[in-house]
Design a binder for this molecule. Structure first.
Ligand SMILES: Cc1cc2nc3c(=O)[nH]c(=O)nc-3n(C[C@H](O)[C@H](O)[C@H](O)COP(=O)(O)OP(=O)(O)OC[C@H]3O[C@@H](n4cnc5c(N)ncnc54)[C@H](O)[C@@H]3O)c2cc1C
Length: 407
């Protein structure tokens, strides 16, 4: 039986595995990262490629390793400091290639791929062992179940992309995160629907090779990062969020007010607006009423009555809410876990352990976007992985004992 199974091999799962090995007595042989992709971090890599992103929004101290200045040291040792990009009123940000090369370096040096089991977890159930306690059984899509004492859900947004109803069944409309979407596929004209960083990034890059319309429902707004950096600090999270009951509507309201959702960093908006001064990019504001295919093109009818058409439409409309993800609901039902407002997991604030409906802590812990009700508006970002690990590792270490001393 495993000591801990991490469901999801993205930034959060990969980071947490290292912290568990460093800070608890868990042996490598008793730890698994279960993820359906061939490689750890594949989901992040693919999304970054799809929107042709070239640099991170966050700073160089936010990365997959556990040493805060590890990425900077890595860049210096390889004469790649020029990939730490100066940013107005903000610390330097790494290029995407530097961020990923350092992530590969960490994964290789720590032998993390050997912890990776390539499978999707379909369900999690409880197994009781007389009076000695219980374990969790993870059913996977390859039919080979895993049994573990503790589980950490690190599923990101869970891979459900927001797709407006008007796009249903219309050929030529892809979501930017769809496996099928290829930004390099030839098109003369593309409409990008969305108003956040992904839409802006994609439109800016595509317009170098084709004609692009960026269609946004709201006026484009700027923010350097996803939320005020004070939310990195647990004291701030406790003062602002934990004063409301776990899983409550008030917590969701605090989160929504704090998150700079659908915003664009100022440097990217400047690039976008200067591209819009040329012929290849136009920025339109409007809401789509309906869509249909006409002569191999897609035509969008707008609420204001106007219409737009192009060879293809790309949706950069974000994710469906992870709190309402069917997998999250199944796990809650089968393990007797409490859900709050709009399905939010009710977690112990001190440990990120998901509470049972009876009120006691379960061995299911949560990190990433799904933990936002406890870890705050930056829970789903790279730095959110570090904050969540602070509490999860402590909780799991208490149960497994301190790490073995090195020889
Ligand atoms: C293009 C882009 C740019 C970004 N830039 C930044 C940035 O600059 N700074 C920043 O802080 N954040 C950034 N983010 C946010 C970023 O997504 C997160 O920081 C990070 O990827 C979240 O990691 P995660 O591990 O929670 O989720 P993910 O990277 O989504 O990984 C979750 C993993 O869980 C797996 N999974 C899901 N369900 C199951 C299951 N049932 N069984 C097994 N595995 C499962 C998925 O397949 C996936 O591999 C960016 C996001 C995108 C899309």
């Amino acid at each position: 039986m495993l000591e801990c199974a991490i469901v999801g091999g993205g930034i959060h799962g990969t980071y947490l595995a290292q912290r568990l090995l460093e800070e608890t007595a868990i042996e490598r042989s008793a730890l698994r990262i279960v993820d359906p992709h061939a490689q750890l971090l594949e989901s992040f890599r693919r999304k970054a490629r799809a929107c042709e992103m070239s640099s991170l929004r966050s700073t160089f101290v936010h990365h997959v390793g556990t040493e805060p200045f590890g990425l900077e040291d890595f860049a210096e040792a390889r004469n790649r400091e020029d990939e730490l990009l100066p940013t107005r009123a903000y610390p330097r940000r790494p290029s995407l290639s530097l961020f990923l090369d350092y992530a590969d370096h960490v994964i290789e040096r720590r032998g993390l791929e050997s912890l990776h089991r390539q499978a999707a977890v379909e369900s999690i159930g409880r197994e009781t062992h007389g009076r000695s306690g219980e374990s969790l059984v993870l059913e996977t899509d390859d039919g080979d179940a895993l049994e573990s004492r503790a589980v950490v859900l690190a599923i990101g947004h869970g891979g459900r992309y927001r797709r407006p109803a008007w796009a249903d069944g219309v050929e030529g409309i892809d979501h930017v995160w769809d496996e099928a979407f290829d930004p390099a596929a030839t098109a003369d004209e593309t409409i990008v629907v969305g108003g956040g960083i992904t839409a802006a990034q994609l439109a800016t890059d595509l317009c170098e090779r084709e004609t692009v319309t960026l269609l946004s429902r709201e006026e484009l707004t700027t923010a350097t990062v996803e939320a005020d950096p004070r939310w990195i600090n647990w004291n701030h999270v406790e003062r602002q969020l934990h004063r409301h009951p776990p899983g409550s509507r008030r917590r969701l309201e605090v989160l929504q007010a704090a998150q700079n959702r659908g915003t664009i960093p100022p440097r990217l908006l400047e690039t976008l607006e200067s591209a819009a001064n040329g012929d290849a990019l136009s920025i339109r504001r409007g809401e789509v009423r309906s869509a249909r295919g006409v002569d191999g093109r897609v035509r969008l009818l707008l609420e204001t009555g106007g219409c737009l058409s192009a060879d293809r439409v790309v949706l950069a409309t974000g994710f469906e809410p992870v709190f309402e993800h069917p997998f999250v609901g199944h796990v809650a039902d089968s393990c007797g876990l409490e859900r709050g407002y709009r399905g939010m997991p009710v977690l112990e604030d001190e440990t990120l352990a998901w509470r049972r409906t009876g009120g006691e802590a379960s061995p299911v812990h949560v990190t990433g976007a799904l933990a936002a009700g406890t870890a705050g508006p930056l829970a789903g970002t790279v730095i959110g992985a570090r904050r969540a690990a602070d509490r999860i590792c402590h909780s799991i270490a208490v149960d497994t004992g301190p790490p073995m001393a090195a020889d």
